[in-house]
Structure formats: structure tokens, C-alpha cells
Design a protein around this ligand. Sequence first.
Ligand SMILES: [Fe+2]
Ligand SMILES: [Fe+2]
Length: 140
Amino acid sequence: MDKRIFWLSNMTVGYEPLDNEHKSFIEIINDAYVLLAQKNLNAFGDIFLKIDAYMERHFVHEEMIMRQIVFPDVMSHVESHQKFAVHINELKKEFLDAKKDPQKERVAAQTADFIKAWFLGHTLSRDKIYKPYLVRLNKK
Ligand SMILES: [Fe+2]
Ligand SMILES: [Fe+2]
């Protein structure tokens, strides 16, 4: 079953630089599913590096924008990013510590499903909550 997802125009938060970052996360999700289908567990380690880079770039950027537009729910949104980071770190550690391939494959599958679920639940719903506040962005 193809579990990949594709960008649709209704996924926009209304600000292109953030949309572009969200699109890059879809690529990470799809890369993860492709590597899983290929059982390419060696290359799957790079998925964690890509997620780390995404968190560094996108979370910092998005949180800065939310502060700029005085988004009232910024604290709990930041917490949601932090919770994601904690869980990803756990999965990364489990993946790196796994001695045998079936165990690595199980963690890789969990990771792919987790990042996809997080994209659907966070990026496509929580990130949308700051969308109306973005009208303040150009007024600064
Ligand atoms: Fe986001
Ligand atoms: Fe977010």
C-alpha cells in the first residue's frame, strides 16, 4: 500500500516560506516510505538527520513568525514542537541501538507512520490556527 502523501493547495498556511518548509517535510515522509519499501535500512538513518535539520530550520522559523504576529497560543504550540522533538529523539536512539534488521525495520516503520501522523495532526490542523494572524505580518 502506498502511504505517501502529496501537497494540496488547501494545505497552505498562507505564507509561502512556511509552506515551502512544510512541503520539504512531505518529501521526508515520502522518502521514509520509499526506503522502507526498499528495505534500505542503512539509508534510513539519514531520515533522522533530515528530520533534525527540519526541526532546526522550520520550528525556529515558525516560532519566530508566531512571535512576530503576536499569536496568542505560541507557548502551547512551541510545546507541541518540543514533544515531537522528544519522541523523534527516542525513535532515533531506538533505531541506532537496534542490533538486528527486523528490529530496525520495526522502528523505521514506526517513525514513518509517526511523522506522517504528526504532519496530518500538527501541520495540517495546529499550524492552521495561526493562519488568520498572518495578516499582521506585512504590517510590521
Ligand atoms: Fe509547521
Ligand atoms: Fe508548528
